[in-house]
Design a protein around this ligand. Sequence first.
Ligand SMILES: *Cc1c(COP(=O)(O)O)cnc(C)c1O
Length: 337
Amino acid sequence: MISLPSSFKDFYEMEPHKFQNKTNGITPRRWLVMCNPGLAEVIAERIGEDFIRDLDQLKRLRDFVNDDAFIRDIAKVKQENKLKFAVHLEEHYKVKINPNSMFDVQVKRIHEYKRQLLNCLHIITYYNRIKKEPNKQWTPRTIMIGGKAAPGYHTAKMIIRLITAIGEVVNHDPVVGDRLKVIFLENYRVTLAEKAIPASDLSEQISTAGTEASGTGNMKFMLNGALTIGTMDGANVEMAEEAGDGNLFIFGMRVEDVDALDKKGYHAEEYYNRLPELKQAIDQIANGYFSPKQPDLFKEIVNMLMHHDRYRKTELFHLSIYLSIYLSIYLSIYLSI
Ligand SMILES: *Cc1c(COP(=O)(O)O)cnc(C)c1O
């Protein structure tokens, strides 16, 4: 989908013929056949190997949507990939994770527009909810966030620091146990992506509408059978068109809504005052709940969120939560196949 560009706007108005759109793509050789041989094999058993050169052939799998043996084979491959990735994490990062939990993964460069902070707000809220009602049935989750910060991008480095700080508190809370773990995947790169993506249940593609040119991570996850929770941004839009929006969990504002909100004026305080769970999460970041030795460690992050957030994290917050809860139910069924 092409929305009128704001970058190069004058140039585009003067010489529109010099502009054309090519949405990025990924190679199915690397991102399916090589990194997930188990899944490629299960597919080839049903529809042959032509899909390797002609991905449209995957449509033929529609004939198997209600085929129990096929669904079981797919689920088995996913579980094997999860076990393998769990072993890898234990070896390389010395962390123990529950391979029966939902692997909820956001891996991409750390950037404000990609909104790892929205994910953080969600994690904190999920944590607070478990603490409040520890006896309720919670779908166990392992939330992994990975990615590099550009060397001079201070805010991105503070976002990484926040993710690890949240992990330190959540991962050692006995009330929570193995129902929620937060892992920062260090040194995210293609070789790690090739292991993480085939093992993922849930793909986080939550950038502010109108900011992601295309995204390719979104495609890699979908090709490996992860469900997507995402916004109408970048290639998520085309993915929703192709897969049908019943097969992605879309939430939040569209480009037009973002533009309208920009005109009206965005005030984080309104959401902060209106949503008690959001207020609690932001207050915890602000008062050192996750950084007891350095209570003001995240004051810049909080200041940014409350006063000059260009990417409107709080606006989408309540919707993101709503959908995650829905997903927990959905995935708990899916995980118990
Ligand atoms: C695919 C890929 C990306 C791009 O991910 P997006 O979610 O589209 O930003 C970045 N880094 C690595 C290592 C990748 O494999």
